[in-house]
Design a protein around this ligand. Sequence first.
Ligand code: AP5
Length: 259
Amino acid sequence: MNGPVKNDRAAWLQGPPADCSAVPTERKRPWRLVLLGAPGVGKGTQAELLTERLDACHLSTGDVFRAAGKRKDCDQSPAMKAALEYMRRGELVPDSTVWDMVRERSHCILNCGGFILDGFPRTLGQAESLRELMGSEKLSLSAVVNYELPVDEIVRRLSGRRTCEKCKSVFHATERPPKVEAVCDHCAGRLFQREDDRPESVTVRLDAYERSTAPLIQFYKDLGLLLPIAAKGSPEEIFARTIDELDQLATGPVVSAGD
Ligand code: AP5
């Protein structure tokens, strides 16, 4: 359990020098992916698997907010305090706050050997901001993976989720249990249940998804970037499906305008 945690979801939260340190910056075909899908569909789980396979940087805006929530009260800006309240209720954080936070990490998006965005963008405004940022360096997305799953299965996944307080790895109480109950397999951190996985917040989150995030599907479809993937089955099966689709893209003409 000593030494760096492989695939640490918290890595990009730790300030400019800490993130992306293990990601090769000169790569012929870096993967620049956005993961879409309702809360609980399994984006974070797939992002962990994809990060390891594609050797890219995993950026989760939800992880950043949760990390900020753990800071001492006096270290939280008024905007961050307001953001955490939105999050607790299951509502989306305002675009301006999200963008301020993502912009702090813009070097991850622009300089790394690829990235996997999990939980961002979530509104059309955020998608436009991302497009402008990447466009300023003549970069484009490789694909937008859209995970699809019926609502009853989503609710089941959310109610059993357990997250590591240290490295943010995600488990499920029955479907993906840790080897030792309530202890992270990767770093021995304590596993906890997220505040916004309570039933009343879950309903609000699913509504927010329908209202604000679902329109992104059409936006990215129109740009020819959407890759719909059925999110039924085990994480490994869904991962294999995703890799198959990405492999097909990789044999196509353009993976990234930055190549
Ligand atoms: P965020 O952390 O991004 O949460 P989310 O999008 O609601 O997604 P989740 O993390 O809940 O689910 P997931 O799809 O990653 O599923 P997971 O892999 O964990 O955002 C939280 C909040 O922050 C938002 O509500 C908002 O307030 C705010 N926020 C964040 N970004 C924002 C933005 N850009 N703009 C505005 N506000 C923002 O899987 C779920 C469970 O299922 C786990 O237990 C897992 O082990 C299990 N599981 C996964 N795959 C399978 C499988 N195949 N079979 C069985 N179980 C599985």
